[in-house]
Write a protein that binds this ligand. Structure first.
Ligand SMILES: Cc1ncc(COP(=O)(O)O)c(C=O)c1O
Length: 416
């Protein structure tokens, strides 16, 4: 089943931008997660020039209902007016400063109040930075080097934690990282029996969510094994809530799993498109953290901190979690019905706020890409290689329009 790459979704302006981009960007793995190449060149628009609510506009002026939310951040919708107003107010007063901005203290206080049990926090820019910082704090505290994580778990672009094979000498950087099978309590217990005294931390995502496989939640036995090895071997639990934070449980995904991690990390949705991530940790780790040198020029930018405080307020006030659950469920139900009507066997997994749709018997993903291309050509961005992210800006009418577009896209996708 050939994919119609000769008929790309990009219009003439988008195609011209690709020509320029190919000349000045390295390509390959660099920027891959945001490159339309991840979906297959031409399947989705390669460039976005504007975004508002849940709609994005490409360089040729074509508009799409967006279900990526910029790979997660835009939990309230693009350019939420109250968030943008908070950022503008902060910018009138202070952006970056020579000493701590007062906003730094305020945002960490708000985060600690919002996610009880943690004693101190650090804010940064991206998820990768705070997850890796969490690993450093755990190592410093335990005086051990080993990290435990799970087979396909993504924890950011730090080469040590990379899931994609790293080239040449970079491979050696993963030497202290053990990747164990997900949902295999015995493997974890056995590993810690042998290497517990060398293991600083378990780095844990709340779900095994790899877009080429159905999403798998942790079993209660697996969670119990995590608790067991923490208690027996003093292995620290570094929770990676960068992707799922605010979309699985309003009080942090760890709450949904009944876990009280030593460290948790947020990114993406925290700033609704403004660059801020956060690490929150328990008191016993404060001494270790004090020994670590960690800084960057723009970590102290006050405007994303103002954005985060506005996000926390609006998210609770507007019951955004309940809304995205309802909209996600409506979308999943509509897509399941549309697929069945067109004779497709599909698997829709993951929480309704972050669903993954997979076609049966589609090992090379060609059917998935064809569906995504036909949906994009009709105005809905349903990425074929990343989970989708619902936002507060998705209204029932946007979901219903998407379901109607998807019905056409399913009809144009040859069944298995
Ligand atoms: C689970 C998880 N951890 C960490 C990261 C890294 O975050 P960032 O891309 O902001 O560095 C991501 C990004 O997708 C993620 O999904």
């Amino acid at each position: 089943m050939p994919l119609m790459i000769e008929d790309p979704v990009d219009g003439p302006k988008g195609q011209a931008l690709w020509t320029r981009a190919d000349a000045v960007l390295p390509g390959g793995g660099i920027y891959l997660s945001r490159s339309a190449d991840m979906a297959g060149r031409g399947v989705l628009p390669g460039f976005i020039v504007a975004a508002e609510g849940c709609r994005i506009t490409d360089p040729d002026g074509r508009r799409y209902i967006d279900f990526l939310s910029a790979n997660g951040p835009n939990i309230l919708g693009y350019r939420h007016p109250e968030v943008e107003a908070a950022v503008a107010r902060q910018a009138e007063r202070l952006t970056s400063a020579s000493m701590f901005p007062d906003t730094l203290v305020e945002v960490i206080e708000r985060l600690l109040a919002r996610f009880p049990g943690f004693a101190w926090g650090v804010v940064s820019k991206n998820g990768s930075e705070v997850v890796s910082l969490g690993a450093r704090v755990a190592r410093q505290h335990t005086r051990r080097r080993g990290l435990i994580t799970f087979t396909a778990a993504y924890h950011g672009s730090d080469p040590e934690l990379a899931t994609l094979p790293q080239p040449g000498p970079l491979t050696e950087l993963t030497g202290d990282v053990w990747r164990l099978p997900w949902n295999d309590p015995q493997a974890l217990v056995d590993h810690c029996r042998a290497h517990g005294e060398a293991s600083a931390a378990i780095i844990l995502n709340p779900l095994d969510q790899n877009p080429r496989h159905p999403t798998v939640a942790p079993t209660t036995d697996f969670i119990a094994a995590i608790e067991q090895v923490r208690a027996q071997h003093d292995v620290q639990l570094v929770f990676d809530d960068v992707r799922h934070g605010f979309r699985l449980h309003p009080e942090g995904s760890h709450k949904g799993l009944g876990l009280e991690p030593d460290i948790t990390t947020f990114g993406k949705a925290l700033g609704n498109g403004h660059a801020i991530s956060a690490l929150l940790a328990r008191e016993h780790l404060r001494r270790a953290a004090r020994k670590i040198f960690y800084t960057s020029t723009y970590m102290f930018e006050a405007t994303p901190m103002a954005a985060a405080m506005a996000v926390l307020e609006i998210y609770d006030r507007d019951r955004v979690f309940d809304h995205i659950v309802a909209m996600g469920q409506r979308l999943c139900d509509g897509l399941a019905a549309g697929a069945a009507k067109a004779g497709h066997a599909v698997d829709i997994s993951g929480p309704p706020t972050m669903p993954t749709l997979l076609f049966a018997n589609d090992e090379d993903g060609a059917r998935q890409r064809r569906f995504a291309r036909e949906a994009a050509a009709r105005g809905a961005l349903l990425h074929p290689a990343l989970n989708w992210n619902l936002s507060g800006a998705h209204a029932p009418a946007d979901i219903d329009e998407t379901i109607a577009i998807a019905a056409e896209a399913f009809a144009l996708t040859p069944p298995a």
